[in-house]
Design a protein around this ligand. Structure first.
Ligand code: 5MM
Length: 336
């Protein structure tokens, strides 16, 4: 097995998933503001380093996606953060896109930037200890959108990124995110997700990306967040797996879902239901940001002496998602 396939498979090992802690400076600023914490390089490091040092985290977390700033920061242990993670059995990863910007000619739609100079940045990131990378494309559902243009240009960029990662020894996590904003029914999300994933795999194959060496980070197929009659957990699991089976080749080692604004408990319940349904050619796992961090951020609220509670809150969500990897989660465990 190639080195990258081994790493990709390590990231989706049984019971484990990925912690997405790669919020850009603007996004983490909003998250901190929600708990009245000033966002500075020091406070961001204290929060993230504190979470990564949670006891036993590596039992359920295989890798962490870092932001450029964090990859260069020093842990309270005195080690560079990527070295500290690796020493604790957690693979360090890095977000390498530079954000989603307005797509010219397509009002209301976005294209993710960051390809210029990417080869050089990947060489540097690998030197700093990163073992995998992430690039997120954003697809919006609305009146007459997503357009073919938006789907195609984002798929092309994702494939260019993935090919460069493979060339430079990092496992690419390919993230086409269909946003859940809107009042649309689940069928609309299914159609947009099907189109996005079909285009992404066509582009990956065309650009000669070995599919054994990547992970897909998709949205789940959900009703819009303002849909008056949202689909239930079972229906979400059925439609999400149906969509994946129609679009994702079996060579891909794993699917690591984003949570996309779902509540932490619902994101776990959906993952659990998919693993209960089973019968998939890929591992079905998680790469959650908000659904892992939300209770921890609230518990911490900028207070150093509350970091122990934040670590416990993160560990709890990681453990419950770890159980959902084998369909062994139930909501009665939330109270425990
Ligand atoms: C953690 O948030 C990531 C970075 O977002 P920005 O670049 O917009 O700041 C984001 O890409 C994240 O990794 C995924 O969306 C998954 O996070 P959620 O919260 O949706 O599980």
């Amino acid at each position: 097995m190639s080195k990258l396939e081994t790493t990709a498979r390590q990231l989706v090992a049984p019971k484990k998933g990925i912690l997405a802690a790669d919020e850009s400076t603007g996004t983490i600023g909003k998250r901190f503001a929600s708990v009245n914490v000033d966002s500075t390089a020091e406070s961001r490091c204290a929060y993230r380093d504190g979470l990564f040092l949670a006891d036993g985290l590596s039992e359920f977390v295989s890798g962490v996606i870092l932001y450029d700033e964090t990859l260069r920061q020093t842990s309270s242990t005195g080690q560079p953060i990527p070295e500290m993670l690796a020493a604790r059995g957690i693979l360090p990863g890095i977000k390498v896109d530079t954000g989603a910007k307005e797509l010219a000619g397509c009002p209301g739609e976005k294209i993710t930037e960051g390809l210029d100079g990417l080869r050089d940045r990947l060489v540097e990131y690998a030197g700093l200890g990163a073992r995998f990378a992430k690039w997120r494309a954003v697809i919006t559902i609305g009146d007459g959108i997503p357009s073919e243009t938006c789907i195609d240009v984002n798929a092309h960029a994702l494939a260019r990124y993935a090919a460069l990662c493979v060339e430079n020894g990092l496992v690419p996590i390919v993230e086409p995110e269909v946003l859940m904003d809107g009042a649309h029914p689940i069928e609309t999300c299914y159609a947009a997700t099907h189109r996005a994933q079909t285009a992404v795999f066509a582009a990956l194959v065309k650009q000669r990306v070995p599919l054994e060496q990547i992970l897909l980070k998709p949205n789940m197929v959900l009703s819009g967040s303002d849909c008056p009659k949202p689909a239930d957990v079972h229906e979400v699991a059925v439609q999400t797996l149906r969509c994946l089976k129609n679009t994702v080749p079996a060579a891909v080692p794993g699917i690591v879902f984003l949570s996309g604004g779902q509540s932490d408990e619902l994101a776990t319940a959906h993952l659990n239901e998919m693993n209960k349904l089973g019968d998939c050619p890929w591992e079905i796992s998680f790469s959650y940001g908000r659904a892992l961090q939300a209770p921890a951020l609230k518990a911490w609220a900028g207070q150093a002496d509350q970091m122990v509670d934040a670590q416990a809150a993160l560990f709890k969500r990681a453990r419950l998602n770890g159980l959902a990897r084998s369909g062994d989660y139930s909501d009665s465990l939330e109270a425990a």
